[in-house]
Each structure stands twice: as C-alpha cells, then as structure tokens.
Design a protein around this ligand. Structure first.
Ligand code: NAD
Length: 296
C-alpha cells in the first residue's frame, strides 16, 4: 500500500480519495476548504495543515484542482510544492487543464527528478464515487505503469494517449463533445415539453433510440427524470457550468493552435457563457437547459 498525498477534495477529489482509503492506502489530504477536507477526514484521511505538510512522506502525490492557474500555483515557483515533494515520489495531476500548462508543470517536475503524468478523468461525480472513472493519461509509459495500481483503485478504464499534455488534449476532445450533446439534449427535451410531452417518457424513449447519450441516461438535464442526476437536486454536486465553460475555452485555444474548425464547440462555449451570466455558473452544467426552458 502507498502513502498518498491527495490535494483538492471537491466534487471529484473527495470521492476519489475515499476510494483510495477503501483500497487500504494511507492518505494525507489537503484542501483550502475546511468542509471539503472534513468530507475525507471523516472517512479516514489524515488532514494536513497545508499542501507541503501533506506531501512530506508521500510516495505518490495526486492533485484534483479546478484549472491551470490552480495547478501551476500549487506546484511551481519558489514556494511551489515541487520543492517539497520527496525524491522519487510519483506525481499525478487529475485536473482538467491546458495541455501547455500540463507540459510546463511536468517539465518542472522532471527538472527536479520527479516523474509526472497528466491523468484527467471522465465519468462525473457518479463515476468518481463508484470507482469507475476513465483516466486519460499523458506521459511516459513507464510512469503510467507506476501509477496504474492507484488509478485502478479509482477507475476502470485507463487510456495512454501520448506524452505529457496529450491526456489533456484527449480530455478536451471528449468534453467538447459532451458540452454540445448536453446542450442539444436540453434543447430536445424543452421542445418536447413545449408540445406537452412528459420529459421522463421522452427521455426513456431517447435512451433506447439513436438520440441516446450520457446526457439522457445518467445526467439528464430535466429535474425529476433521474433520481440521482444533479438536475433533480437543484443542479448541485455535479460538474460545474463554469468548469465546462473553462474546458470549452481550452478546446477553442487548442483548436486555434492547429487551425482546426470547431463550430459547434464554439457555439456551445457561448451558450455556457450565457448560462454563467444568467447566474448559473456554480450549478451543474446540465442547468444549460434553464436557458432553453422553464424547468423550475
Ligand atoms: P471543485 O471545484 O468541486 O473542487 C476543487 C477543489 O479544489 C475545491 O474543494 C477547492 O477548495 C480546491 N482547491 C483549489 N485550489 C486549491 C489549492 N491550491 N490547494 C488545495 N485545494 C485547492 O471541482 P471538481 O468538480 O472536483 O473538479 C476538479 C477538476 O476535475 C476540474 O479540473 C474539473 O474540470 C475536472 N472534472 C470534473 C468533473 C465533475 O463531474 N465535477 C468530471 C471530470 C473532470
């Protein structure tokens, strides 16, 4: 069993950390939010006073933070965490961030003699709780093999897609598709409901028809259709609208970098920006349906 430092215990990090505890690992945990920290110390994680204390004895460091600036802020600079991580420890960043940012941090880790992979995830909070996440890994194959037993305690699919930063590129491709699919699913349900259809029956039909997707079956945007979907609990506890907005912005940057055309991705980015401006930035991204209907 490994001594793991886990930093960032939000909607995703907390259930991931709890699965590592269940698998018998020894966890030192840190989050800026006391409430987030408590949600894992209650399950057996040892609270550290700060990130540097969390990594003091670690064999493996895992971070799960919102965006590039948080990850760069954590690891880099004179006071950065890389200076405190023990020699030979393995670093795994599971946050979704800019590919260039992932490469910058991995290079700084390598300069310190530390091996690092980017391992962003897919599967949502339900997948994080169930331990069924998909890990999308960028970095050296040998480093992934070191990480594999720990990743397997949190997920069931592991894809090695290339060198450092490649995990982030693949993750952005997935989330761009997800952002578009969620928006159009909300649009379709709103159209049906405006014609007097029952959103539950419409969703059940779509879930076994060609319009099926994760958005109809797992994270249905219409409140009350699925008992465990964020929409049914006031769009709380899922994947924040502003995190989807961040990912679509990263996809747009990535597209510009290679001259790719992503018309639907750009349109979706604008829709999630409008949803944020409507005051829904902190809600689950399926709240995009609120722009298209009167769901509450
Ligand atoms: P979240 O906002 O719920 O959690 C982030 C946590 O990081 C917060 O508890 C915050 O206090 C903490 N934090 C921020 N800066 C910190 C620092 N310097 N030190 C310690 N803690 C710090 O976010 P989330 O939903 O858990 O998402 C985390 C990452 O996973 C994001 O990059 C997101 O895009 C990605 N992701 C989320 C989902 C999802 O369904 N929520 C799915 C896949 C990927």
């Amino acid at each position: 069993m490994s001594r793991i430092a886990f930093i960032g215990l939000g909607n995703m990090g907390a259930p991931m950390a709890r699965n590592l505890l269940k698998a018998g690992h020894d966890l030192a945990v840190f989050d800026l939010s006391p409430a987030a920290l408590q949600s894992v110390t209650e399950a057996g994680g040892k609270a550290a006073a700060d990130a540097a204390m969390a990594v003091a004895d670690a064999d493996i460091v895992i971070s799960m933070l919102p965006a590039s600036r948080h990850v760069e802020g954590l690891y880099l600079g004179e006071a950065g965490l890389l200076a405190h991580i023990p020699d030979k420890a393995l670093v795994i960043d599971c946050s979704t961030i800019a590919p260039a940012s992932a490469r910058t941090v991995a290079q700084a880790a390598a300069a310190r003699g530390l091996q690092m992979i980017d391992a962003p995830v897919s599967g949502g909070t339900a997948g994080a709780s169930a331990g069924t996440l998909t890990f999308i890994v960028g970095g050296a194959a040998a480093t992934l093999e070191r990480a594999r037993p720990v990743l397997e305690a949190m997920g069931k699919n592991i894809f090695h897609v290339g060198g450092n930063g490649a995990g982030q590129v693949a993750k952005l491709c997935n989330n761009m598709a997800l952002g578009v699919i969620m928006a159009v699913t909300g649009e379709a349900l709103a159209l049906g409901v405006a014609h007097g259809l029952d959103p539950g029956v419409l969703s059940q039909m779509m879930a076994v028809s060609t319009g099926r997707s994760w958005a109809t079956e797992v994270c249905n945007p219409w409140p009350g259709v699925l008992e465990n979907a964020p929409s049914t609990r006031g769009y709380s506890g899922g994947f924040g609208n502003d995190l989807m907005l961040k990912d679509l912005g990263l996809a747009a940057e990535a597209a510009m970098g290679v001259g790719a055309s992503i018309p639907l991705g750009e349109l979706a980015r604008n829709l999630y920006a409008l949803n944020s401006r409507a005051g829904n930035g902190g809600l689950d991204f399926s709240s995009i349906v609120k722009l298209l209907s009167e769901t509450d």
